[in-house]
Ligand binder design. Structure first.
Ligand code: ZN
Length: 159
């Protein structure tokens, strides 16, 4: 355990057998990612979080590893808005079987709630939220309300 090779920095956060590694998160986003995934520890998931880990690509980064969980497309879409540099690795039996580079989507559906109380998505209607992705935020497709990038975390609609 005294190996200080650069590539072993990754190992500061323990390896997982099956699940998802979300790497190269902008420093400070790890907790938002946990909120996005609806993880607060009560579900019994095995989760490793690294914050402000030294990185070659970014000066500092956050990393989140979640056992036995793969991300839905909506979750990936929101992730791409809050942390465009993030990478997603799907792990099976300790091997990376798929690397996903996330792309900024045109819209995200069903993961954020609209801050406008009068929006139809906040009425008791069976309407899923939909936000159009702008360069610096998101716009509700129903009422036009804008959610700025730094406000996204507080509007995550996680159950
Ligand atoms: Zn709205």
């Amino acid at each position: 355990m005294n190996d200080t090779d650069d590539s072993d920095r990754e190992l500061r956060v323990s390896k997982i057998r099956n699940g998802t590694v979300i790497d190269h998160l902008a420093a400070g986003q790890a907790l938002n990612v946990l909120a996005l995934l609806g993880i607060d520890g009560s579900g019994g998931e095995s989760v490793s979080v690294g914050m402000n880990v030294p990185s070659d690509k970014l000066a500092k980064k956050d990393i989140v590893k979640v056992e036995d969980r793969e991300l839905s497309q909506s979750e990936v879409d929101v992730l791409s808005v809050i942390s465009p540099e993030a990478t997603i690795n799907i792990i099976r039996e300790y091997d990376v079987i798929e690397k996903k580079r996330i792309e900024r989507p045109e819209a995200v559906t069903g993961v954020l709630s609209c801050p406008n109380r009068n929006c139809i998505t906040n009425a008791d209607e069976p309407v899923e939220t939909r936000f159009v992705v702008l360069s610096d935020g998101l716009r509700c497709d129903y009422c036009g309300e804008i959610v700025r990038e730094d406000e996204i975390a507080t509007h995550l609609d996680v159950s």
